[in-house]
Design a binder for this molecule. Sequence first.
Ligand code: GUN
Length: 285
Amino acid sequence: MVAKILDGKQIAQDYRQKLKEEVESLKEQGFTPKLSVILVGNDGASQSYVNSKKKAAEKLGMISEIVHLDESTSEEEVLNELKRLNEDDSVSGILVQVPLPKQVSEQKIIESINPDKDVDGFHPTNIGKLYIDEQTFVPCTPLGIMELLNHADIDIEGKEAVIIGRSHIVGQPIYKLLLQKNATVTIMHSKTKDMQSHLKNADIIVSAVGQPGIVSKDDVKEGAVVIDVGNTPDENGKLKGDVDYDDVKEIAGAITPVPGGVGPMTITMVLNNTLLAEKMRRGIK
Ligand code: GUN
C-alpha cells in the first residue's frame, strides 16, 4: 500500500479561501477581525511563526499586529501589554507566542488573556470547556489535524488512536478531540513502557514530540493513518518530522509530509479562531 498524502498546504489554501469570503462578508457589516500577537525575545523559530501568522491574517483581509517586546521584558510589562490588548475593542483575538523568557511565567500570562480573545485556546476556561464538550476556542494544531482527517474522510469512530507526547498544546487536546469522535485513545510519553506494541496496534498515530525517527516503518500497522507534528531543524536548517516519512509512506494508509502537512493547518486555524472570536463578540453565527 502506498499512502495517501495529506497535503496540508493545499487543504489550508482551500480553507483560507472560505475564511477570506467570510472576512469580506464581516467587513461589509462593518467588522474587521484583528489578530494581535505578543512576541517576547528573539527566538528565530518563534519570530518566523509569528510573521507567518501576521502575513496569513493580512492576506485574508484581517488586521494583524505584532507587539514585539525585548528578551529582558519583565513579567509585569508583558501583563500590562496584555491588559491593554484585552481592553482594546479593536482587537478580536490575542496570541502570546511561547516559549517565553524565563523571568515571565507562561501560566500567569496565559491565565491573564481574556478567554473571549484566546484564539490559541490555552486559557484554563477554554481548556475546561473543551473537556466538557462545550463550544470554545480549540488549540490550533489539534484543530488543524482534525480538519485534515475530516477533509480526507478518515473514519475515526471505534478506531485505536495513539498519540506520542502529552503537551498542553498538542497531545492533550488532540486526545480530547479524537475521543469526541469516538476513537479509543492512548497517550504515550517518556515513561511509557513498550511504545512499539501500542504503535503497532494503532489505526491512527499522532506524533508530537520533536524527535526525528521516533516512528519508523516497523512500528506502523499496514494502512494506518500517520500524522506528524514534529518539525525539528536538522544541521542544514531543513525541517524533519518525527516519522521516517519515505519508509512509512510505503505502508501507511495516509500520511502528512513535513513540511507541508500539519504546519499550514495550524496557521489556518489561528485565522479560523480569530474570525470566530470576532463573530462571537458581534453575536454573529
Ligand atoms: N509555540 C509553538 N506553538 C504555538 C502555538 O500554537 N501558539 C503559541 N502561542 N505559541 C506556540
